[in-house]
Design a protein. Structure first.
Length: 115
């Protein structure tokens, strides 16, 4: 996995986390963009993470992408969406709402951002 690979993770509410170059960025849903017209994901945030933290997070994301038993075809509320952008291609995987991998990814991302 090179630094040119970028991962986006959209949580079950549509908030997006961008992982690249030893950083995690949080792009929250705003009321204007939410399906209810009211929900807010909070304030945007960004954090620098160590090389070990980055490797751990990428390994977790890649593992979830490789585990087809936790995937589903369609994106629904409360599912997770991983999008991997590399120089070769773009890959998308929808994680089932009840998968432990989905919950672990979300917990780790929030921890890195101090949430």
């Amino acid at each position: 996995m090179t630094a040119k690979t970028t991962y986006e993770y959209a949580d079950g509410s549509g908030n997006v986390y961008v992982v690249r170059d030893l950083s995690v960025e949080y792009k929250p849903v705003t009321p204007r963009n939410s399906s209810s017209g009211v929900y807010s994901g909070g304030e945007p945030a960004q954090a620098t993470i160590s090389s070990d933290q980055y490797d751990s997070l990428v390994n977790l994301i890649e593992s979830a992408m490789a585990n087809s038993s936790i995937h589903q075809e369609n994106r629904e509320m409360m599912t997770g969406l991983i999008t991997k952008y590399s120089s070769a291609d773009t890959t998308r995987v929808v994680l089932k709402r009840d998968s432990s991998e989905k919950n672990t990814i979300e917990t780790k991302l929030k921890k890195f951002l101090g949430r």
